[in-house]
Write a protein that binds this ligand. Structure first.
Ligand SMILES: *Cc1c(COP(=O)(O)O)cnc(C)c1O
Length: 368
């Protein structure tokens, strides 16, 4: 039996009937960039996320870059980021010319530890970028209070947590301006690259719209040096169809995660994901930890179970960030997570039989 790490079969089956007519309508529209489908998706996603404005862009990295640019964050500025995140969060800060300042996560939630942010704030700090890692909301009340006290902006990286919430409020609706990604594997995934910015501030939304389209509002008149980072009409049309299923798909992910919790509790040295009281988790990724990670991954692989590692090397140890001169051991929690984490198969359509099989193979590994 082969159990892939990820499969889109069920998601595709759920939307299949609507995709083909949408594609035909798109072709016949004679309008392929920044049209009605993008506006309709932006409105729908803003409603979903309970924010005033959504601006569609080409991918999640651009969403974060443009978000930072709307706040005039640039050279000489510092932005607080988690030490354990996908490198895109750091790259966005670097691309605007600012410096990412890493803060360690909590050891049990893997999300940035608000208690450690204060000591990293300097007179250059302009913003905090919380990343709702693996699908669980960060401790947003503490982070927002910290930002308010120090006069900092908050830019959420909501690429992994569409539909998650803290204290009843959706991630992607706390920060001044926030970015998300619709990379195919994300909880809401496009058929290619796509991303979006969310904000309640209409001035920031307008600036983002200008920046994504060459810095232009009126065709051939450029107010500033923008980029080309537009959301495709086609992707927007397909995303609108998928968005209607997102809550149901997230619910299925949560139910599958509960089954893993049940079946993997108390096995060997396995550490299971922990969700804190006020947060919800939409399980973009179901991450377990073990000191025998590489062995376990190989064992599962030999039995046909696909797994991944999110992420094997933290940004501060990447060659790309050699210039910051961080050493091994400087962010021990991020390094520990990188050395011990393993992502198990979890997606809408994963059968409970397959999930049970994964759990059984893991038990077998520890009993061998
Ligand atoms: C996927 C992801 C991004 C970047 O999104 P792209 O669409 O791939 O550019 C940014 N941050 C995090 C945490 C992500 O998981």
């Amino acid at each position: 039996m082969n159990i892939p790490y990820l499969s889109f079969d069920k998601i595709n089956a759920d939307v299949k009937e609507e995709l083909t007519p949408a594609f035909e309508k798109f072709i016949a529209s004679n309008w392929y960039v920044l049209g009605e489908s993008v506006s309709a998706f932006e409105q729908a996603y803003a409603n979903f996320n309970r924010v005033e404005h959504c601006v569609g862009v080409a991918n999640g990295l651009d969403a974060l870059v443009i978000a930072l640019r709307t706040l005039n964050i640039g050279p000489g500025d510092e932005v607080i980021v988690p030490s354990n995140t996908y490198i895109a969060s750091w790259l966005a800060v670097s691309y605007v010319g600012a410096t990412p300042v890493p803060v360690e996560p909590r050891e049990d939630t893997y999300n940035i530890n608000p208690d450690l942010i204060g000591e990293k704030i300097t007179e250059r700090t302009k913003a905090i970028m919380p990343v709702h890692l693996y699908g669980q909301s960060c401790e947003m009340n503490a982070i927002m209070a910290m930002a308010k006290n120090h006069g900092l902006f908050v830019v959420e990286d909501n690429a992994q947590a569409q539909g998650a919430s803290f204290d009843g409020k959706f991630t992607g609706s706390f920060g001044d301006i926030n970015g998300t990604s619709f990379y195919p594997g994300k909880n809401l995934g496009a058929y290619g690259d796509a991303g979006a910015i969310t904000t309640n501030d209409h001035k920031l939304a307008n600036r983002a719209k200008t920046l994504r389209n060459y810095g232009s509002q009126k065709k051939y008149y450029n107010e500033e040096k923008g980029i080309n980072s537009r959301l495709d009409e086609l992707q927007a049309a397909l995303l609108s169809i998928k968005l209607k299923h997102l809550h149901a798909w997230n619910k299925e992910r949560v139910a599958l995660a509960a089954l893993y919790h049940e079946q993997l509790a108390g096995i060997g040295d396995l550490i299971l994901p922990k969700t804190i009281g006020e947060a919800t988790h939409v399980y973009h990724i179901y991450v377990v930890r073990t000191t025998r990670r590489d062995e376990l991954q190989e064992f599962l692989q030999r039995r046909g179970v696909g797994t991944l590692i999110h992420y094997p090397l933290p940004p501060h140890l990447q060659a790309a960030y050699a210039e910051l001169e961080y050493k091994k051991g400087q962010f021990p929690i991020a390094e520990e997570i990188a050395n011990t984490c393993l992502s198990l198969p979890l997606y809408p359509g994963l059968s409970t039989t397959s999930l049970g099989k994964v759990a059984e193979i893991i038990k077998e590994f520890y009993h061998a």
